[in-house]
Design a protein around this ligand. Structure first.
Ligand code: RP5
Length: 162
């Protein structure tokens, strides 16, 4: 069974959410990605969230745009950590999604990432960091990834005026 579930409200969220998948893949974390819509497939949402822990998932990443109730509704059905990714909407540029996801009332938590691709990638990274608490191979991958970023910055210090 996969360690992380990536769910999203629509197929149209995948160009954003595949950044989470790519991060997990690069860090050696197994994942399953699927479309689960809070308002179009509410029964699937309920079934998925209630069974996620028993299926062996350790973390759920949920991406949604617009009113973006998906991450909160999933969190309402499971004790697993849920990371919410605001997907950039065409009308309000993702600010609506961010505010919908981040403003969870006290008592049910959703860890909210940045709008768009960076947030989705960081959701993958954060999920991997949770998995790494009990997985030394993933921990080593994260440490190597971070070191590589540091090395890249330090090796590229030439700043030319154009
Ligand atoms: C939300 O509505 C989805 O998460 C998506 O971001 C947004 C638009 O969905 P589509 O109309 O593109 O399917 O549920």
């Amino acid at each position: 069974m996969a360690q992380v579930a990536i769910v999203m409200g629509s197929q149209s969220d995948w160009p954003t959410m595949h950044n989470a998948a790519k991060m997990l893949e690069g860090l050696g974390v197994s994942f399953e990605a699927k479309v689960v819509s809070a308002h179009r497939t509410p029964e699937l949402l309920s079934e998925f969230s209630k069974s996620a822990a028993d299926k062996g998932f350790q973390v759920i990443i949920a991406g949604a745009g617009g009113a973006a109730h998906l991450p909160g509704m999933i969190a309402a059905h499971t004790h697993l950590p849920v990371f919410g990714c605001p997907v950039r909407s065409s009308q309000l540029n993702g600010l609506d999604s961010l505010l919908s996801i981040v403003q969870m009332p006290k008592g049910v938590a959703v860890g909210t990432l940045a709008i768009g691709e960076a947030g989705a990638a960081n959701a993958g990274l954060l999920a991997a960091q949770v998995v790494a608490l009990n997985n030394s191979a993933v921990r080593d991958s994260i440490i190597a990834f971070r070191q590589q970023q540091t090395d890249t910055v330090l090796a590229n210090q030439s700043l030319e005026l154009k």
